[in-house]
Design a protein around this ligand. Structure first.
Ligand code: ATP
Ligand code: MG
Length: 567
């Protein structure tokens, strides 16, 4: 892992990234009869995160670009960790990003019979043997990249004995961990993966698809390349940690393939993101231990978490396109992801007025009982979206932070004897405050200037500050969940010790009594995106009810990516 964070966007200006270039070269050279077939091979042992999205955007995206096809294959070779709950969630998340496998849904477990037959054939050809050593003994014989390994005492078992034992392993006659099937390759190979890799291990947990049919399950290296081959995959695109596996991938595939067709593995860099973790094991731990509210907790880097946080499919694709695909590991700034969603929502999110930390403002010279409807723009980026009306009354909610009794010099919001504009309404001047017995401000008083109504002739007197507001009698109380980074440190995976101690204790602040304007209250629907004037982008949470609207903060308005870029 590179220590320094990549701070440039690696945008592919209309061109191809290096994987796509390789694909193009193969197609032009007429390899595999000019066919392109990729696959996305998730293991159904957790929910997809944004790193997986980087992978399947490549797999489905390349197929789309060159008129090929992309398979979805569940790599379900370990029944101990896998579940159908994950299968359904993975399908949903891929669809959410706009991709579809059509009729090409496969499972590695579909190939168990063929893989078993191949293993038997290899045993018969003297290329595989049953090893009865413990995993510790096997590990101890592996050697190191500079020291050759040593042979297992079982390496030269007669074929008949191997066949008999492997068959009985699969019948369930032996305990888990008591024996494995290994390929007989080369214990002195420079590539550690060639030092008699394990092909099969015993697992007695029933499989969610095949039940108790099997008691032996293939290892990744023995299953992946062959599965690609069985499906006719031409380009098997994966992440860089598989580079050293590639020769073994090819070695096993050659047991099946001839000159006419052979899948090709190409590797790109994983997505790593600051202030979060991408390990499924760690994410599962956060969920299981209740350290987050589930796989879809809006702080999680999972696609469900991002969706619930208010990220859009196009913002995720835009981000992945900006960071690009390379051959070296990097750590990407979460600020760039935030920049992508901000750009997207700026174009599409309706502007509304919400006061998240309300204090009452009373306009002393505004008639009691009077209501004026003020026209508010729905989206200044897109005038075609029109306007909506917002009631203006004598009593208004404004943000507590927008008032200071003894302000510093550059405070352009409200303070005694100072003027501000109420957005889309009048200029007001503060005349005083009322405090409770603790000295806390409970009401702010002001007078409004009737000649300054926004949009009216002669109303263009300028003041420095503009505040957002909501009318008291028509406001609906709402809950805002204000989220921050999941972890307090930039790269939690690089730190020593327990990663859970690095969680950001301030990652969720709940504001129970935000006040929202009536036009918004009427149309609340889970999943809808809004820009709250001056506050940021928010999405309606699934917990919302008509009585108690609930919003999640997606991201603030300030573009911290621009600041990073300037450094
Ligand atoms: P595991 O440790 O359980 O294997 P995994 O995250 O690699 O975790 P898989 O289900 O095997 O999970 O991943 C499916 C595909 O997604 C693989 O091809 C893998 O290379 C890719 N992938 C996983 N994490 C990332 C990431 N952070 N960035 C890019 N691709 C990723
Ligand atoms: Mg994996």
């Amino acid at each position: 892992m590179q220590e320094n964070i990549i701070s440039e966007e690696t945008v592919n200006e209309g061109g191809l990234n290096f994987v796509e270039q390789e694909i193009k070269n193969d197609l032009e050279a007429g390899k595999n009869g000019g066919r392109l077939n990729t696959r996305f091979p998730p293991e159904p042992n957790g929910y997809l995160h944004i790193g997986h999205a980087k992978a399947f955007i490549m797999d489905f995206g390349a197929a789309e670009k060159f008129g090929g096809t992309c398979n979805l294959r569940f790599d379900d070779t370990n029944p101990q960790k896998e579940d159908t709950e994950y299968v359904e969630a993975i399908k949903e998340d891929i669809h959410w990003l706009g991709y579809d496998w059509e009729d090409r849904l496969y499972y590695a477990s579909d190939y168990f019979p063929k893989l078993y037959d191949l293993a038997v054939r290899m045993i018969k050809e003297g290329k595989a043997y049953v090893d009865e050593q413990t995993s510790e003994e096997i590990a101890a014989q592996k050697g190191s990249p500079t020291v050759p390994g040593t042979h297992s005492p079982y390496r030269n078992r007669p074929v008949e004995e191997n066949l008999d034992l492997f068959e009985r392993m699969n019948k369930g006659e032996f305990d888990e961990g008591s024996m494995v099937l290994r390929a007989k390759i080369d214990m002195a190979s420079d590539n550690m993966h060639f030092r008699d890799p394990i092909m099969y291990r015993i697992i007695k947990t029933p499989h969610w698809r095949t039940g108790n049919t099997w008691n032996v399950y293939p290892m990744y290296d023995f299953a992946h390349g062959q599965s690609d081959y069985f499906e006719g995959v031409t380009h098997s695109i994966c992440t860089l940690e598989f580079v050293p596996h590639r020769p073994l991938y090819e070695w096993f595939v050659k047991e099946l393939a001839d000159e006419s067709y052979c899948p090709r593995q190409i590797e790109f860099n994983r997505l790593n993101l600051t202030y979060t973790v991408m390990s499924k094991r760690k994410l599962l731990q956060l969920v299981k231990e209740g350290l987050v509210a589930g796989w879809d907790d809006p702080r999680m880097p999972t696609l469900r978490g991002l969706r619930r946080r208010g990220y859009t499919p196009s913002s995720i694709k835009d981000f992945v396109n900006r960071i690009g695909y390379t051959k070296y590991e990097a750590l990407n700034h979460i600020e760039l992801l935030e920049h992508s969603v901000r750009e997207d929502l700026n174009k599409t999110a309706t502007r509304v007025s919400v006061v998240q930390n309300p204090v009452k403002l009373i306009l002393e010279n505004y008639p009691e009982g009077k209501t004026e409807m003020m026209q508010m723009e729905n989206n200044p980026e897109n005038p075609a979206e029109g306007t909506h009306d917002m009631p203006f009354t004598r009593e208004l909610w404004i943000e507590r932070e927008d008032f200071m009794e003894n302000p510093p010099k550059k405070f352009f919001r409200l303070s005694p004897d100072k003027e501000v504009r109420l957005k889309g309404a009048y200029i007001i001047k503060c005349t005083g405050v009322k405090k409770d017995e603790n000295g806390d401000i409970v009401e702010i008083y002001a007078t409004y200037d009737p000649d300054t109504k926004s949009g009216m002739p002669g109303s263009d007197r300028k003041v420095k500050g503009t505040l957002h507001w909501v009318s008291v009698p028509t406001a609906t109380q709402a809950e805002i969940r204000d989220y921050d980074r999941l972890f307090a440190v930039e790269n939690p995976s690089a730190e020593e010790g327990d990663f859970r101690e690095l969680l950001n204790p301030e990652s969720l602040k709940i504001r129970e009594n935000a006040m929202i304007e009536p036009w918004l209250a009427e149309r609340i629907q889970a999943g809808d995106h809004y820009q709250f004037q001056r506050l940021g982008y928010y999405v309606v949470d699934k917990d919302t009810t008509p009585e108690k609207p609930v919003f999640n903060k997606t991201v603030g308005l300030k573009d911290s990516w621009a600041k990073i870029m300037k450094k």
